[in-house]
Design a protein around this ligand. Sequence first.
Ligand code: PRP
Length: 213
Amino acid sequence: MSGQQEILKVAMPKGRIYKQASKLFREAGLPIPADFDDTRKLIIEVPEAHMEFIMAKPVDVPTYVEYGVADIGIVGKDVLMEENKDVYELLDLGIAKCRMSVIGLPDWKPVINPRVATKYPNVASQYFRELGQQVEVIKLNGSIELAPLIGLADRIVDMVETGQTLKENGLVEMVPIFGITSRLIANRVSYRMKNDQIQKLCDRLQATLAARA
Ligand code: PRP
C-alpha cells in the first residue's frame, strides 16, 4: 500500500477564501491548474500530482473532511468553530483574516431576552451562555446586518473583515469575540493512511508561510 502514491483529495472553499488559498498553494508549488479560477467544474483532477480538488461551499468543507470524501480541506476558523466536526486541525494558514464580533446599532440599549441574529448559532449561543446572558438566537443565512436595521434582532454576531459593511449600514462593532484565519484540516483516517503526502504538503505550506512572514 505504501509504495504506490494515492490520490490526495482536497476540499477547496469557493468564495472569499478561495483566491487567497489558491495563491498560497501556487506559491508553495502545489499544482493549481491555470484555468482553476474560471472553471465551473466541481471536481478538478491533477493526476500528475496525485491530487484532486473538490470545489465546495465553505460551510460544507468540514463535513466532506469528516466523512473522508476529502482527505484534507481549507476552512475558516469561524466555520470550524460553528460546525464542530471530528477533524484534525493541522495548520493555521494565516489567510482570510477577519474576526467574529458582536455588532449593534450605536444607540443599542440592553433589553431582557434580547434577540441575536447570526449565521453562527452555535458560536453565538456558546458566547452568550458563557457570559451567563439569556438570548434568543435567530439563524439567518446571509446579509445579517439587515437584522438590527429592520428590527428583527437587537444585536448580531457576525464576521468583520474590512468593516465596510458595518460602516455603510451605520452599525458598530461592540465586542470582538475571536480572530479568524483559514485552517488546513484533515480527516483522521486519511491523516494516518496518507500521512506522507499530507505531511509533505504541510511542510511546503509551512515553508511558504515562513517565507511570507
Ligand atoms: C460577510 C459578513 C459580513 C461581511 C463583512 O458577509 O457576514 O456581512 O462579509 O465584511 P466587511 O467587514 O469586509 O464588510 P458575506 O460577504 O460573506 O455575505 P453574506 O452577507 O451573504 O453572508
